[in-house]
Design a binder for this molecule. Structure first.
Ligand SMILES: Nc1ncnc2c1ncn2[C@@H]1O[C@H](COP(=O)(O)OP(=O)(O)OP(=O)(O)O)[C@@H](O)[C@H]1O
Length: 695
């Protein structure tokens, strides 16, 4: 690469670099300041042979003919070299050799033409991967802080002096920045952000003067307000950041779990494998019933996409008519956040019987409302008999058979012993269920099974109805009136509210009904009590629209909390960008370092410019303490990588492995080395058709 000079120095004694560049190293032009601008020749004349500002207030001397080298013989200024700051290098390498990224514009665009119509014609060059990375944004940013855009004459004066101080021609630099801008926006905003938009936004007259900096998306600053940033407090739907991370990791672990040894499950079932029962199975275990059927829920992985699903198996189901699956079409297309997605249904003999299997989306670590709020208090109650095989036959439109026989006798044990669910949570559940019911009813269907075992909590304060569609298949042969089924949905909804508020599945019936009413009134107030009573009442014709009308202010609150959750989660996601960025950086280092094919390459040897990368890798990852023990300091690694990614000017001392020489080099220089080395690798990979094919 042309960017680097060959090394030519010998090992030197290790010495710490001075922390600041001494004043003496600054250019005399800079020290002299801005007093002599009128006497000095304009640099645009030196480089271009003319100055377009000559008649527009340029304070410099403009001879009639150029006295200096022609543009073709003038050296191309290093765009990155805007500051007269020469890195201190001691030892085997020349830092100047490393600090010379040359910007070669790839193409011009409409936007660049718009923003600087008077610019000289663009330099064309072969397209290069990582063009924009070769360009030193940071120094450009610094440069433009010195360039006052608003001061008119003063701004131009600063501009010229800046040019004098640095030896960089601002016109050419402006042109290059315009081109970079154009490349960037062409790439990222091909249609929305074109030249026309820019002109409309900034005003056509401002376009030639106003130069926006290209976005340096490697320089991260917080983008969210503090109240949206990773939070230590819990919001309604989103737990604190650390807890959220923990929950997600637990879910990920759960998904990868397998069944305990000895569990009897089919190895493969209609394209699903790795079945894991989600409820106790086997001899001696109390069997649960789904209506009149025994059912078991499994998690399984689908071979075709590798994703986990729920298989709800209904034992001993005989499919009499294929039309029983007609409703599956509807449920599998229903997409509502309050309903677990149904994927497909089939019958199978893989369990050594004839089973119906209904496949649903899997929500890792979900728990039913019953398991969460009611199970413990039910078990405390001496009469809380678990569901048994002799449970009454399921009657369509009635509650799950599991609770038909349940009559609490010691209400004092039940009521008041369950955890009191905050009122806000109860309203949140009510709103989520009401909107789910609304969607199903307006589509001409019914939920058919809304009790505390058929509603799962999938994340903080988020619930979903888990078995929609299964009952439609099971009860296909039994004619049922849609209106009655929908009325029954609402009654079950009311009973569910009673159950979770009172911690008792039978709270809405039997001798303890009055106590339940008192409890509701005392703990939650009139509004919830009235709603629950209205839902279970038999006299009125109810519709879900009535319910939603009466709770509309609660729906608004739910919507606000949901939007807050979206904002919070987006912010959490933003943080993950950092991980990807650092991972890419480490990957690049991995690609570059220790490549056997470069073992004999001079550029990778101790006198080659790429030796820096090797030493930097040692500096980041192979630190040792004074006893030569490894230092495994993650924060050191993160700090180094962040500074590297940002191309910071800070210098570090890299020491050779034999400790006989060292070099002092800035992160920016190391970054340039890495970009160049990686660019070479990419070029080589693209040049090889086989490698390119597998990229
Ligand atoms: N879609 C799902 N994603 C993740 N877990 C689920 C899903 N559906 C159900 N589960 C879990 O599977 C287990 C069994 O579910 P099921 O619906 O059978 O509840 P249950 O309390 O056993 O009810 P029943 O008494 O009718 O058997 C529960 O722990 C439930 O949380």
């Amino acid at each position: 690469m042309a960017y680097f000079a060959r090394a030519h120095s010998t090992p030197v004694k290790i010495a710490r670099p001075p922390s600041k560049e001494p004043e003496a190293t600054r250019s005399p032009a800079s020290a002299q300041g801005r007093k002599d601008s009128v006497q000095r020749q304009c640099r645009n004349i030196v480089i271009y042979g003319h100055c377009k500002y000559q008649d527009k207030g340029c304070l410099y001397y403009h001879p009639s003919a150029p006295e200096s080298p022609t543009p073709s013989s003038a050296p191309l200024p290093s765009v990155g070299g805007a500051r007269p700051q020469s890195p201190v290098i001691t030892g085997a390498l020349s830092a100047h050799a490393v600090n010379a990224p040359v910007f070669v514009p790839k193409a011009t665009s409409a936007f660049s033409a718009l923003s600087n119509s008077a610019s000289p014609p663009p330099v064309t060059a072969e397209p290069r991967i990582g063009d924009s990375n070769d360009y030193d944004y940071q120094q450009e940013e610094d440069a433009y802080q010195d360039y006052s855009l608003t001061d008119g004459q003063t701004g131009y004066d600063d501009y010229q002096h800046y040019q004098d101080d640095t030896g960089v021609d601002m016109d050419s630099m402006t042109q290059q920045i315009d081109q970079l801008n154009a490349q960037y926006y062409d790439r990222h905003y091909p249609t929305e952000y074109n030249g026309a938009t820019a002109a409309a936004y900034f005003g056509a007259s401002a376009a030639p003067v106003f130069v926006r900096q290209p976005l340096n998306y490697h320089l991260y600053t917080p983008t969210a307000y503090p109240d949206l940033r990773q939070s230590t407090t819990s919001s309604h739907f989103v737990p604190p950041s650390s807890e959220l991370r923990h929950i997600m990791q637990e879910r990920s672990e759960t998904i990868r779990g397998i069944a305990p040894p000895g569990t009897k499950v089919p190895e493969e079932l209609q394209g699903y494998h790795t079945l894991v029962p989600l409820e106790p199975t086997g001899p001696g275990v109390e069997r649960r019933k789904f209506g009149s059927w025994y059912s078991t829920v499994y998690r399984a992985i689908k071979a075709s996409d590798g994703l986990p699903y729920i298989l709800r198996r209904i034992e001993n189901y005989r499919l009499m008519n294929q039309s029983a699956f007609a409703s599956i079409d509807f449920w599998s297309t229903l997409n509502h956040p309050g309903i677990v997605c149904l994927k497909e249904a089939f019958t199978t003999r893989s369990f050594d019987d004839s089973s119906l299997v209904v496949v649903y989306a899997y929500h890792p670590n979900a728990k039913t409302l019953y398991e969460t709020y009611l199970k413990d208090s039910q078990q405390l109650s001496s009469t809380a008999s678990p569901p048994s095989a002799s449970a009454p036959t399921f009657v369509p439109g009635q509650r799950s058979a599991r609770f038909q026989s349940f009559v609490p006798q010691q209400s004092s044990v039940v009521i008041g012993q369950s955890p009191v669910i905050p009122e806000r949570t109860i309203w949140s559940y009510i709103v989520q269920l009401a909107t789910a019911i609304k969607r199903v009813h307006e589509s001409g269907h019914a939920i058919r099974g809304l009790d505390s075992t058929k509603v799962i909590i999938t994340s903080q304060n988020r619930i979903r109805i888990s078995t929609c569609g299964t009952m439609d298949v099971l009860m296909h042969d039994t004619p049922a009136d849609l209106h009655l089924m929908q009325q029954d949905d609402l009654s079950q909804f009311g009973r569910l509210i009673f159950a979770i508020c009172c911690g008792n599945t039978g709270a809405s019936s039997g001798p303890h009904f009055q106590k339940s009413i008192d409890h509701l009134m005392r703990v939650y107030g009139q509004e919830i009590k009235s709603l629950a009573l209205w839902l279970i009442s038999k006299q009125t014709i109810k519709t879900i629209d009535h319910v939603l009308e009466s709770i509309k202010h609660r729906v608004l609150q739910e919507q606000e909390d949901a939007f807050h959750a979206v904002d919070r989660l987006e912010t959490e996601l933003q943080g993950e960008l950092e991980n990807a960025r650092l991972f890419r950086l480490v990957t690049k280092l991995g690609f570059i370092n220790e490549r056997p094919e470069f073992a004999r390459e001079p550029r990778w040897s101790e006198t080659g410019d790429r030796y820096i990368i090797k030493l930097f890798r040692d500096y980041v990852f192979h630190q040792v303490d004074e006893h030569s023990n490894p230092v495994l300091d993650m924060s050191h690694v993160l700090t180094c990588l962040n500074k590297l990614d940002a191309g910071a000017d800070e210098r570090i001392m890299l020491v050779a492995r034999d400790e006989q020489s060292c070099l002092v080099v800035s992160y920016k220089e190391i970054k340039n080395c890495i970009e160049a080395a990686y660019g070479d690798l990419v070029k080589a990979a693209i040049a090889s058709p086989a490698a390119y094919k597998h990229r």
